[in-house]
Design a protein around this ligand. Structure first.
Ligand code: PEP
Length: 254
């Protein structure tokens, strides 16, 4: 059975104290209210990682992740952060290829492939994001775009390495816009992604791959989205900044 995961992406929000306080609230709620097999991942700015990883100790199902990493292992890259540095905080996940990184920082599929490799080298589990823009959806190019993002970003991996990767389908037009893909639209793409994985590797690995949906997911729409056959959880932006909303989304899998 593949893992169900609800991951939060705080983006560039919350100062240090606010982040610690929000995480403590989430951790308490998860401990008291969540009893399924689902895993909770909180991806935060780098400044929070160590403190959150310490707070997560002793709560089985919560892990911490970073929102990005640099593709080189070490060296003269002022202001960047390496996989090894992230790993040393106690974090275990890292988001790779979020559409905001692709759009605002020019991250290409080729650079993202390097980030995936270095993350895996240091035992960080990548959450690799794919998804089409509004124009690509309207011109019905979305399957091609997503296939290319998979082929260039993660399909160079061996089956063993790919098994460590979590995929996230995040239609760019649904991120932070309040527009959500309908459960049917999301399911169509998730099933397609799983088919691409089966063609590249095999059915077993495809069936074991966790594929998250992201894009204006909230406690109201999460039950319908998460009940789709190929949707294994969510990557949550805005709603992950409210402990009640985030935990309610996690509880869809109770
Ligand atoms: C995200 O940033 O990954 C995301 C899904 O954001 P939101 O939930 O706010 O649309």
């Amino acid at each position: 059975m593949r893992k169900k995961i609800v991951a939060g992406n705080w983006k560039m929000n919350l100062d240090y104290q606010e982040g610690v306080s929000l995480f403590s609230e989430i951790a308490h709620m998860v401990k008291d209210e969540v009893y399924g097999q689902q895993e909770v991942v909180v991806c935060s700015p780098y400044i929070h990682l160590y403190a959150l990883a310490e707070l997560s100790k002793g709560i089985d199902r919560i892990s911490v992740g970073a929102e990005n990493l640099y593709q080189e292992e070490a060296g003269a890259y002022t202001g960047e952060i390496s996989a090894k540095q992230i790993k040393s905080t106690g974090a275990s996940y890292v988001i790779v290829g979020h559409s905001e990184r692709r759009a605002y920082f020019g991250e290409t599929n080729e650079v993202l492939a390097q980030k995936i490799d270095v993350a895996l080298k240091f035992q960080l589990k990548p959450i690799y994001c794919v998804g089409e823009t509004k124009e690509e959806r309207e011109s019905e190019q979305y399957f091609e775009v997503i296939r290319e993002q998979l082929q260039k970003g993660v399909f160079h991996l061996s089956a063993e390495a790919f098994a460590q990767v979590v995929l996230a389908y995040e239609p760019v037009w649904a991120i932070g816009t309040g527009l959500t893909a309908s459960p049917e639209q999301a399911q169509e793409v998730h099933a397609y992604i799983r088919k691409c994985v089966a063609e590249k590797y095999d059915e077993t690995l495809a069936n074991d791959t966790t594929i998250l949906y992201g894009g204006s997911c909230n406690p109201k729409n999460a039950p319908d989205l998460f009940s789709q056959a190929d949707i294994d959880g969510g990557l949550i932006g805005g709603a992950s900044l409210k402990s009640r909303d985030f935990t309610d989304i996690v509880k869809v899998f109770n």
